[in-house]
Design a protein around this ligand. Structure first.
Ligand code: C2E
Ligand code: MG
Ligand code: MG
Ligand code: MG
Length: 295
């Protein structure tokens, strides 16, 4: 009986091994196809930068926009950035794509600014882009070509990058900082950022991860954590942006805690440039300047 059980276990183990191999093969094939498609995406005009407003929750006026990449795949439809950016990083395609996002978004925001909207621009960058040659010179060129002052640009990095705590990363970020651009830590709270990292790296803004904002009014832990982040940011003179604000209650809770800058579906989803132009035109409150980090 024991032998039979052993035999059955072996059989099913063998079947499982076989199953996993087939699944893995299928996955590898899919990845290769997607990789080939991604190589063509830029040239074939399938990539588009969307823009999501960053608002003052208090005055309900727009302060800036975050550039968010979209891939319109001809057969699969829209592919979310979380699905293809890791691939773009692995393959190195993020180098070319990231430069294109920066140039495109700078040109678009320069246009909106010329129309009387003094918006700032937030662009996501990843550590991989450092290895692929994105540096202060590229950023300076993108700004100059569009006549944008450096303080208009904010670069968003993730906590993981600071965790590595490398000299190369530090120099890279200091290069941007020396130009006068702002640096934000994206998805703050999900990693392991500590006060020491905040001191060591030249960041000036924290973007509270939407996971915490989502639970803000239902989970005491999330509420306390957001409160702690807000008071820490205030004492370190860091600007704060709350991500993923979806309800009036969340907006109110944040305002009660003196967190003013917000981004989320409550105000506006990420939109193509033309749609955001329409949205701007429909705004009741006129344009206003970004408050300093100490505000
Ligand atoms: P992120 O930088 O944290 O961007 C915020 C994400 O939250 C966006 O997802 C946005 O659509 C979503 N979001 C905004 N408001 C709300 C809300 O109220 N509720 C909910 N549920 N979600 C909200 P998206 O556009 O799918 O982007 C995902 C991530 O992909 C970004 O997270 C960013 O890390 C990355 N990404 C996007 N564009 C680029 C890019 O050009 N370069 C790089 N390196 N990464 C990018
Ligand atoms: Mg971001
Ligand atoms: Mg985020
Ligand atoms: Mg993110």
């Amino acid at each position: 009986n024991a032998d039979l059980a052993m035999y059955k276990a072996k059989q099913s183990g063998r079947n499982q091994a076989h199953f996993f191999t087939a699944a893995m093969q299928e996955q590898a094939n899919q990845r290769m196809t997607l990789e080939q498609d991604l190589r063509q995406a830029l040239a074939r005009d399938q990539l588009e930068v969307y823009y999501q407003p960053i608002m003052s929750g208090r005055t309900r006026s727009i302060k800036g926009v975050e550039a968010l990449l979209r891939w319109h795949h001809p057969e699969r439809g829209p592919i979310p950035p979380d699905h293809f950016i890791p691939l773009a990083e692995e393959t190195g395609l993020i180098g070319e794509i990231g430069r294109w996002v920066l140039d495109t978004a700078c040109a678009q925001v320069a246009h909106w600014r010329s129309q009387g909207w003094p918006l700032y621009l937030s662009v996501n960058i990843s550590e991989r882009q450092r290895e692929l040659g994105l540096n202060d010179k590229c950023v300076a060129t993108a700004l100059e070509q569009n006549d944008l002052p450096a303080h208009v640009l904010m670069l968003e990095i993730t906590e993981g990058l600071l965790l590595q705590d490398s000299e190369d990363t530090l120099n890279w970020l200091q290069g941007f900082k020396a130009l006068g651009v702002s640096l934000a830590i994206d998805d703050f709270g999900t990693g392991y950022s500590s006060l020491s990292y905040l001191k060591r790296f030249p960041v000036d803004t924290l973007k509270i991860d939407r996971e915490f904002i989502n639970d803000l009014d239902s989970d005491r832990y999330a509420h306390s954590l957001v409160k702690a982040i807000i008071s820490m940011a205030a004492s370190l003179d860091l600007r704060l942006v709350a991500e993923g604000v979806e309800t009036e209650q969340q907006c109110k809770t944040l305002l009660d805690q003196q967190c003013v800058l917000m981004q989320g579906f409550l105000f506006c989803r990420p939109l193509p440039a033309a749609d955001l132009t329409d949205w701007l035109a429909s705004q009741p409150s006129g344009p206003a300047a970004l408050p300093p980090a100490s505000d």
